[in-house]
Ligand binder design. Structure first.
Ligand code: TRP
Length: 349
């Protein structure tokens, strides 16, 4: 199907970590490299990032380059993917304003992802900014501006896609069939597992200090692994262990490949054998953590090295973003003009 148009988006509110790697980045790069699409876009969603960080402009500004470095280091290829900065495309904001007529307040308040986020944010306890509540409309603008038909994303993005399609249908039936419906693709492999933090907390988060970042040094990774939470009831080596809520084993199940076993843990052929031994008893945490460290070092070293190389020349990275943004803006401008024409807002054409 070569009429597919793929759009991926990431909020630049912190450097990317291994949760992003298995939740989104590996999947996006593998879609990119299949090249069975008409076009692929990689958006850095700084305007969306500001909807809950409007009081910290430096944070968003600084993370645009950090996230761009992360994206390029994991394999986003500007020859294949148009990488761009959301706020540099004002047409997206204009589309958002027109789509606002097509969405009710009650509908926005029902969006489960937004509801969840609002509940978690202390800064919204005394009042919810309209910008945050309406970000799904802005996301619909992001998607439809490029006539994207595919958005890769986790389950939390499904409500955004659903709302986008409601806007698409309403727009097309009231005005003219300009906008394209879109599908989400949720990554299927075990790489899509939601990684817990190194402390066992269900969520990885910068403020929780329980993440391993793509840019972390070898020493930082080793220290994080060493301090990781395991099974608190696995006191002696011979005790049976629990692998289910044990972040060390969850990480291994996601990242340990047969070649890692061959190189660092040759007594076991694969994850299942290792996990079975731990469950039975007789396998110590120190040994397992040492293996996880080897696996993560092997996985992250090439990414970090490429990132360091790119970071030496920030001007080139900004140039990639400038060129990508220019390309993307031309497409969004075209869609906006079709939208305005359909809405009879084309006085001087
Ligand atoms: N909501 C996405 C996130 O939180 C970011 C995003 C903004 C996005 N606009 C998008 C994703 C459009 C896909 C398509 O990470």
């Amino acid at each position: 199907m070569d009429d597919k148009i793929v759009l991926t988006g990431i909020r630049p509110t912190g450097p990317l970590h291994i949760g992003h790697l298995c939740g989104a980045l590996y999947n996006n790069v593998s879609i990119q490299n299949k090249q069975d699409y008409k076009h692929m876009y990689g958006m850095i969603a700084d305007a969306q990032g500001l909807t809950d960080n409007f009081d910290d402009p430096d944070k968003v500004r600084n993370n645009v380059i950090e996230v761009a470095l992360d994206m390029l280091a994991v394999g986003y290829d500007p020859e294949k993917t148009t990488v761009f900065i959301q706020s540099e495309i004002p047409e997206l904001t204009e589309l958002t304003f027109y789509y606002m007529n097509l969405v009710t307040l009650a509908r926005l308040q029902r969006n489960p992802t937004v509801k969840n986020e609002i509940g978690q944010k202390e800064k919204f306890a005394n009042g919810l900014p309209v910008g945050f509540l309406t970000y799904p409309i802005s996301q619909a603008a992001d998607i439809t501006a490029f006539k994207a038909t595919i958005v890769p994303g986790g389950e939390d993005q499904a409500p955004m896609i659903e709302q986008t399609n409601e806007i698409v249908h309403k727009f097309n039936s009231i005005y003219a069939p300009v906008l394209k419906p879109v599908k989400i693709i949720v990554p299927e492999s075990n790489l899509a597992a939601r990684l817990p933090g190194t402390d066992g907390n269900a969520k990885m988060g910068k403020s929780l200090n329980n993440c391993i970042y793509l840019k972390d040094s070898a020493d930082t990774i080793a220290a994080q692994v060493k301090s990781m939470f395991t099974d608190p009831n696995h006191l002696r080596v011979e005790d049976p262990g629990n692998t289910k809520d044990n972040p060390v084993f969850i990480y291994l199940s996601v990242f340990a490949k047969p070649e890692h076993f061959a190189a660092f843990m040759p007594d076991y052929a694969n994850y299942e054998e290792l996990a079975a031994h731990y469950e039975r008893g007789g396998l110590g945490d120190v040994k397992v953590k040492k293996f996880l460290n080897d696996v993560l070092q092997e996985t992250l070293r090439p990414i970090r090295e490429k990132r360091e190389l790119l970071a030496r020349d920030p001007a080139s990275v900004m140039e990639i973003l400038r060129v990508g943004t220019q390309k993307a803006r031309a497409v969004a401008t075209e869609t906006l003009s079709e939208v305005k024409h359909a809405m009879k807002l084309d006085y001087f054409d």
